[in-house]
Ligand binder design. Structure first.
Ligand SMILES: [Fe+2]
Length: 451
């Protein structure tokens, strides 16, 4: 009797051990990292860079899959260790480049280290065929006061609008871009506020602005942004997606705009001339729409003829802290032109800017005869892009979104909190309570080709 009881007890104990060792539970411990971000710095249809700050712990690794396994790290079939690390501005940044990804696909991931497992995040790769999607363009954030809060409101709108990517044409922090405290604040805000409620990270395409001039390599250190001629001070590059659908050129207005950069731009435009849409972005506008900003005639001379020669669709800039949209323009030196531009609805480039993501808006007091609409507010351009369908030509719609209005004495009105959040199923819907600037003809968008 006693012997039988012992056998039963022993069997239960063995079974219990087998059961508990085969069944793993999610760790309650979190990875010792923060400031998670995604960067597009190569072919966005098959690669993405995951970057983060490693606070402590050892052996960090990204575990990823097309299936969502939540924080069950052991279930993810694919993995990649950091290929590159950078210690700068009080952060130890890990860069993991994921390659051989499938186009137009959802990927789920966690970051694991010796301390634990991160939250589960996810992202979408770019399509490799013409397909409709949205993206956001805007720059100029500040590190303090009402401008910091305004930038945070714009960040939160990114999470609500869920664009495919954000193109950020420069000026991230106050000062000259060498403050550890300011960069940490910016990266933390970006990570926390632009991530959607269901953990989707929105990739950034970073562009160099004058507030990064304290070190021309800043974006290489913090985003692994591409640079030319083996020189981290020459950060300009281009990306393509949608199989000849959209080509994106990230230029640098803070270094020599002629010489090597002009030559590179010419070749890049030539090599991608057959794309349906070509867009460029850079920090400083040729001709700012606020009076106290200097004209940039040298930059106009280096780039505007190439933009026209290769039929650039849209050009995005920043720096002035206000908003402008022009008619389509081409360079012209006849007496009918103004500041070297003349309206050309058929072949011209629409110029959009001028950077008011968070920085205190300046007055829009320098319109030109070819200005379509300007404004003084915080916000960004929300771009909807559509491929050719049946007999309808491909086209782009651009909405000038207002996230904040700033008044004197640091008093601001934030508009983001009442805005409806979009879902992955209604990405082209204008969300309830989204504030958009009124444009001529009772519209709140401009189209390319221009109508
Ligand atoms: Fe600037």
């Amino acid at each position: 009797m006693i012997r039988n009881k012992s056998i039963i007890f022993l069997s239960i104990a063995v079974l219990a051990i087998i059961y508990f060792t085969s069944c793993r539970s999610i760790t309650e411990n979190f990875a010792s990292s923060d400031k998670y971000r995604l960067v597009w710095n190569d072919d966005p249809t098959s690669t993405i860079t995951v970057a983060w700050n490693q606070i402590g712990g050892k052996n960090p690794i990204v575990l990823y899959d097309t299936e969502d396994f939540g924080r069950k790290d052991w279930k993810y079939k694919l993995q990649q260790k950091p290929q590159h690390t950078k210690e700068k501005y009080g952060m130890f940044t890990n860069f993991v480049k994921l390659t051989n990804l499938e186009a137009d696909k959802k990927y789920y991931f966690v970051i694991k280290d010796s301390e634990g497992v991160s939250e589960r995040y996810w992202f979408k790769t770019a399509p490799n065929n013409p397909k409709a999607f949205t993206f956001i363009v805007g720059g100029d954030t500040k590190s303090r006061g009402a401008s910091l809060e305004a930038g945070r409101a714009s960040n939160r709108l990114v999470a609500k609008l869920r664009p495919l990517f954000v193109l950020f044409p420069g000026d991230y922090t106050s000062g000259n871009g060498t403050s550890s405290e300011d960069w940490q604040l910016w990266l933390n805000d970006w990570s926390v506020l632009t991530t959607t409620a269901d953990g989707r990270l929105i990739p950034i395409i970073p562009i160099h602005g004058n507030h990064e001039n304290g070190d021309l390599g800043n974006l290489a250190y913090l985003f692994n942004a591409p640079y030319q001629a083996n020189d981290t001070t020459g950060i300009y590059y281009s990306l393509s997606l949608g199989n000849d659908f959209l080509h994106i050129i990230a230029l640098n207005s803070e270094i020599e705009q002629g010489g090597l950069q002009r030559e590179w731009l010419k070749n890049d435009l030539k090599n991608h001339k057959d794309f349906t849409f070509k867009i460029a972005a850079y920090h400083k506008p040729f001709w700012p729409h606020t009076a106290r900003k200097a004209e940039n005639s040298y930059q106009y001379k280096q780039w505007s003829d190439l933009f026209y020669q290769y039929r650039l669709s849209l050009s995005f800039d920043a720096d002035s802290h206000m908003s402008k949209i022009t008619y389509p323009l081409r360079p012209d030196s006849t007496e009918n032109s103004f500041m070297g531009f003349i309206r050309d609805d058929k072949n011209g480039t629409i110029f959009l800017g001028e950077g008011s993501w968070g920085a205190r808006p300046r007055p829009n007091n320098d319109d030109k005869p070819w200005t379509y609409k300007s404004g003084s507010y915080n916000g960004f351009k929300w771009v909807h892009i559509f491929p050719k369908q049946d007999d309808k030509q491909a086209y782009i719609k651009i909405y000038p979104v207002i996230s904040v209005e700033q008044y004197t004495n640091d008093s601001i009105i934030l508009y983001d909190s009442i805005v409806e959040s979009l879902t992955e199923d209604n990405l082209f819907k204008i969300p309830k309570n989204l504030k958009i600037q009124h444009l001529p003809n009772n519209r709140n968008f401009v189209t390319y080709p221009f109508k």
